[in-house]
Write a protein that binds this ligand. Sequence first.
Ligand code: C2E
Ligand code: MG
Ligand code: MG
Length: 760
Amino acid sequence: MTPVRAPLLAGAALIGLYAVLPSGLSRDAVYLAVGLGCVAAIVLGVRRHRPVARAPWYLLAGGQGAWVLGDMIYSWDQDVRHVSPFPSNADVAYLLAYPLLAAGIALLIRRGGRRFDLRGLIDSGIVVVSLGLVSWAWIARPMVENADVPLFDRIIAVAYPVGDILLMAMLVRLVGAPGVSSIALRLLAGAVILQVVADTGRAAGVSESWNYASELDGLWLASYVLWGACALHPQMSEISRRSRARDDLFTVRRVVVLGAAAVLPTLTAGVALAFGHSMDPWVLLGGAIVLTVLVVLRMASGIAEIRLTAQQRDRLQEELLRRAAHDPLTGQFNRAYMLRIIQGALRRAGSTGAATGLIVIDLDDFASVNNAVGPAAADDVLIATARRISDTVGAAHPVGRLGGDQFVVLVEHADAEDLTPRIAGALASTLLVRHDTAHGAVRVVVRIGLTLGLDGSTDASELLHQALIASRRAKLAAAGTFEVFDSNLRREVAERKAVEHELRAAIDEDALELRYQPVVSVSAAVVDGYEALVRWRRPSGVLGMPDEFIPIAEKSDLICELGRWVLMSATGQFAAWLERDPVRFSSLTIAVNISGRHLADRRIVTDVAAALNASGLASHHLVIEVTEMVLVDEPRAVIQLDALRALGVTISLDDFGTGYTSIGQLRHLPVDTIKIDRSFLSLSEPGSSELIALMTAAAHACGMLVVAEGVERDDQLMLLKALDCDAAQGYLFARPLTSAAVLDGVEPVRHPRLRIVRDT
Ligand code: C2E
Ligand code: MG
Ligand code: MG
């Protein structure tokens, strides 16, 4: 609240002063001071908060300026010339203010809106017809039919309520859009409503005397103050940003506003009847019919949307669940799902004392198979290998593909050491590849590793890691040999513990580094923000990638320490950029990845707050990325996300589509953005683009924005554009960059895409 307290208090003081001063020059000077202060505040607000779109704010300042000019002319007439003509030059200035203000608000809406928006227009139509009817009955008609007044004067008088209706119609669209209802937005709405109420009050008095009702001055003054306070509030820059999400949905706010607009004429007619006020029945009837048609149209389009999504939602849900558990190529389980069922087996084994066996099968030198027969035929080899493995082990033992050319078999209630040679035997025979591009026999050579979980102390990923180490150590097992994870291999586990140690030291010694990958808006091809990605400068000088050490860090609270380091560094770096180049960075964001374990830690909220404090960065610049799985695995996550959001940071759901989020639940998640996992972007699988479309539609329906990850090719970008995706990230635009490269980077405002810069 602090940013607006000072202007509000100053405004209130001036209004108080205005109320106690006797009418005359000094009182009018106070009035003008408030108006000029309002214009100055808008200009100042634009310079200070640097909204992406400045034009709407300058139009709004222009509108207020026209209004102040009207005040000046009016005061001059009153105080110096002692006349109060109507219409006068003051009215010219006043009436000029309406189109400027309406255009300003319209641009604030359009800044986010995408294309022609029929539903938004219908909404505006409903408000215009409703207010128009009321206005006609109580204000305009008495004016128009007042034969004592010249026609031209009557037209000028009616122009005011028309302008007010225009402003209200614009306001309804701006406020009805989904998104956070910010303080700045409320101030803006308050400013417009006060002005309209004051105008209406004056117009209602006009039929008796053409004099301005000075009691209304307080309302106009308050409207100036709210306009100024709105522009000075830091959230002013987000008023246009928020409406980037779909702005044609039935939000509660919108339903209330449209419902009120729909009953208003009926209420008016009722009141008129009760008080014996004469109404024009034909106008009322015609207006009511138009209003009904508009409301029905609006409902029909809304219902069509809801029905469509319910059907598509089920399909999407089914498909996402299937993908969440399965490897798309071979149809076997994927790594994430295997880890879940291994964990389940270990839990059962913990209570029965039985052993849990894991067999890892690693195709040796698969790259050369790939080169020899081409990628399509190589895929066939993987599919055939998977089938051979699952045929050999039978349905009792789940088979998974770990990615690439690695497979795993979970052996429960059976002898894994028995099963292993049988797998090796089955894979030893040659495979016949018949493909358009390649024909012939392929022999795969495998390394097989085996491990047994005997006590309850190992967890699933530990066990899998052991089996992978064993397979790496195994001799080429064409002859059916395999390696068992034994004490020899435990050394490697110890080595991993050493890595953990080194990493801890690296955090203390600042040996970690960050890279920044741009997130680019799909429609405008401008950078929306950057994602911070961590790197580890090893003592050897080699740059370690997250995949090598994040999983190790996640085994302990080390990941929280790492997270704190990344939060501090990324916010600090962004604040430094912002200071260096405020024009370029003020509308951008910085995203930080937070692991599930850290999110579940109660300190996460203080960690984020501390980073914001230390860097002095406003919270709306910070995006926290959490993976979808976190929400499933960590029951506390949702509560913590709520708390983070309350700080004002944005929450982004990373790797979306690989977890288990139910689409029905999406709406209730404290999430602002989803990042579609890059596995969908490969587009190699049939139906991928349809899935992206459905995910995008589902997210938009929940008022969320959509980012697509891993965009490498132009055709992917074209598709995202067609599917109405909001933003994209990937090598097509840029690799993760050093801070220096970010600063060097040319803002790609007028380029179809960023130049590709090497990872450094
Ligand atoms: P992520 O958050 O999904 O980050 C995107 C990853 O995809 C990055 O890999 C990025 O370099 C890579 N990428 C970006 N564009 C493309 C593309 O066009 N094609 C391909 N093939 N890849 C692309 P990176 O930097 O190796 O990070 C991998 C993962 O490590 C991240 O996935 C994130 O889950 C984790 N990670 C990275 N930094 C942090 C961190 O500071 N904290 C935590 N907890 N996790 C981190
Ligand atoms: Mg990420
Ligand atoms: Mg991701």
